[in-house]
Write a protein that binds this ligand. Structure first.
Ligand code: CP
Ligand code: NVA
Length: 308
């Protein structure tokens, strides 16, 4: 059966562990998995801009022995002159896997349901699961065992990162606290899914409005832009609302003394995080960015093997 990765909970807890183990090995031995040797091709579509996702997929596909085909918005018939389903059927005859950064998550589901090769979510309006694998790899490098750790995510709690932290961190058995202003909370169905997962893994899910309560004693403090791609017209309103969620040195001082700071990047130092935090000793954002390559290589190798 072809396996896809559209949401963080498309991997079971055991499967997520396997992917993270493989990611750690690929970081030590970058060329030890060559499932795309040939080279076999992999398509990567971008309907939104990207630096990390673009380069990490391109580098990762090459390092797995393959050839990346990067397609930007407006360059393919996809979803405009041809249905997503028809494009998906064609791609299945030509490439070994498809990654897609897009707006509506439903488009990814349509791509996957018509694909005989793995489809990977490279960010949708609802989820960014590849980023969460890199974050888990980074936290694991710093803290060892993930299960039982507490992470606090502050800011736009209802965006793709908020949703993916809920599902991905609950899958890892972590205690995930999400804090954002009223009106920017995660979707109820995703919270319910994360709670179901946490009940099995020993993790927990807490949704808050108070940033200090979220950060108190946490092992990891995380934020993201207040203005995600597609929401640019709401910038003034969001900047006015999210002020109390800015991660400052004062807020970090409420976390565990050895807490790490993560941010998926790109970061806005005038808004969601103060320079002394993101550029300070607790920040692991550069490891986090690098780990996009290792985690996605592991994910691609794993999906290809499981889909054989
Ligand atoms: N974190 C992340 O996905 O970065 P890009 O938008 O640059 O790909
Ligand atoms: N929430 C951000 C993540 C960027 C990597 C966005 O969707 O723009």
């Amino acid at each position: 059966m072809t396996r896809h990765f559209l949401r963080d909970d498309d991997l079971s807890p055991a499967e997520q562990r396997e992917v993270l183990e493989l990611a750690a090995r690929l970081k030590r031995e970058p060329f030890s998995e060559r499932p795309l040797e040939g080279p076999r091709s992999a398509a990567v579509f971008f309907d939104k801009t990207s630096t990390r996702t673009r380069f990490s997929f391109a580098a990762g596909i090459s390092e797995l022995g393959g050839a990346p085909i990067i397609v930007n918005a407006g360059e393919a018939q996809l979803g405009v002159k041809e249905s997503i389903a028809d494009t998906s059927r064609v791609l299945s005859r030509m490439v070994s896997l498809v990654a897609w950064r897009t707006f509506a998550h439903a488009g990814l589901e349509e791509m996957a349901s018509n694909s005989s090769v793995p489809v990977i979510n490279a960010l949708s309006d609802d989820f960014h699961p590849c980023q969460i694998l890199a974050d888990l790899q980074t936290i694991r490098e710093q803290k060892g065992e993930l299960a039982g750790l507490t992470a606090a995510y502050l800011g736009d709690a209802g965006n793709n990162m908020g949703h993916s932290y809920l599902l991905g961190f609950a899958t890892a058995g972590m205690h995930i606290r999400i804090a954002g202003p009223e009106g920017y909370h995660p979707r109820a169905d995703i919270v319910a899914d994360a709670e179901r997962i946490a009940a099995r893994t020993g993790g927990s899910v807490t949704i808050l409005t108070d940033p200090a309560e979220a950060v108190s004693g946490a092992d990891a403090v995380i934020t993201d832009t207040w203005v995600s791609m597609g929401h640019e017209s709401e910038k003034a309103e969001r900047v006015a609302t999210f002020g109390p969620y800015r991660v400052t040195a004062e807020l970090m001082s409420l976390a565990a003394a050895d807490a790490v700071f993560l941010h998926c990047l790109p970061a806005y130092r005038e808004f969601e995080v103060a320079p002394e935090v993101i550029d300070g000793p607790q920040s692991v954002v550069w490891d986090e960015a690098e780990n996009r390559v290792h985690a996605q290589k592991a994910l691609m190798a794993w999906l290809l093997k499981e889909s054989e």
